[in-house]
Design a protein around this ligand. Structure first.
Ligand SMILES: [Zn+2]
Ligand SMILES: [Zn+2]
Length: 110
């Protein structure tokens, strides 16, 4: 094989393109999905779910109430074990586990 034929060059070019496409796929996919949402009229922030999972309680609506107590030795002596595992309603999301999307709540839901 002394000469590289045109088809081989073309094949090499296509192979390189495919390789590049494979490498760039995640970025392209993310870009497309974001632009798709906006082009479809979906909310960019929540994807038209109209709600966003609470980051503090991770969507459960409950958080463990052991934060300040674990640092207080005297309180630990008098408090029973249940105070450590007691869960309280998340104050960030009012124990809902999610917020209503601020972007969607502004728009009228006709
Ligand atoms: Zn939204
Ligand atoms: Zn929450």
């Amino acid at each position: 094989m002394e000469h590289i034929t045109a088809s081989e060059v073309a094949g090499f070019g296509v192979g390189t393109l495919l390789l590049c496409a494979t490498i760039a796929a995640p970025k392209v996919d993310a870009f497309i999905s974001a632009s798709q949402r906006s082009s479809l009229g979906l909310c960019k922030r929540c994807g038209d779910l109209r709600m966003i999972a609470c980051s503090r309680c991770r969507g459960t609506g409950l958080i463990k109430a052991n934060g300040p107590f674990s640092f207080n030795l005297i309180d630990n002596l008098y408090q029973s074990e249940e105070i450590k595992v007691k869960s309280v309603g998340c104050t960030k999301c009012q124990a809902m586990g999610h917020f209503s999307c601020p972007d969607c709540s502004n728009t009228s839901t006709s």
